[in-house]
Design a protein. Structure first.
Length: 180
């Protein structure tokens, strides 16, 4: 329910709603980011998992993360390029810049150490929503702790890895705040 791809599917729609004045524009801009940063990359990941190219949709084996990472980076970069060329509202460009930079940083870390992408995306989303939609969104911060706890409980991460992911997400959200 709070997997990174789900959050990245919903977050652009919420930011687009704030950035646009019509439902049509919200859907067009939000779905462009959601498609290129969530749906297409997740489709490739699921396809790779089902065909045995990597160990599952979480790609737990870090050695298998290069191709999904490059697909995500390429797809997100394409989306960012389209947002710029098509003159998207600035909030969406700033969101996509933030997501691409966060992906680069966490991707470089995960090559050597398995930082939690789940907590990075969740913490970043909390900050971005609070900055974009108002301080009431800070009330969703306990979800980051719950997500972190769950990642440790299922033995996918250590406490240090979810903490580092949370810090990375908070820094990414802060970067977004500086952009907008």
């Amino acid at each position: 329910m709070f997997a990174p791809w789900v959050l990245v599917l919903l977050l652009p729609l919420m930011v687009a709603r704030r950035a646009t004045d019509s439902l049509t524009a919200t859907l067009l801009w939000g779905l462009l980011v959601a498609l290129t940063s969530s749906l297409l990359p997740m489709g490739v990941i699921v396809w790779g998992a089902r065909t045995g190219r990597w160990d599952g949709h979480h790609v737990r084996d870090r050695a298998g993360r290069l191709i999904p990472f490059l697909v995500l980076l390429g797809s997100s970069g394409l989306g960012l390029g389209l947002l710029i060329v098509l003159r998207s509202p600035w909030l969406l460009i700033a969101l996509d810049i933030t997501m691409v930079l966060t992906l680069l940083v966490t991707g470089m870390i995960t090559i050597r150490w398995k930082i939690s992408m789940h907590t990075a995306v969740a913490a970043g989303a909390v900050v971005i929503l609070a900055v974009t939609l108002g301080p009431g969104w800070w009330a969703s911060a306990p979800l980051v702790a719950a997500i972190g706890w769950s990642r440790v409980a299922v033995n996918d991460h250590t406490t240090a890895q979810v903490t580092a992911g949370t810090i990375a997400g908070l820094l990414a959200g802060g970067g977004y705040a500086l952009l907008v």
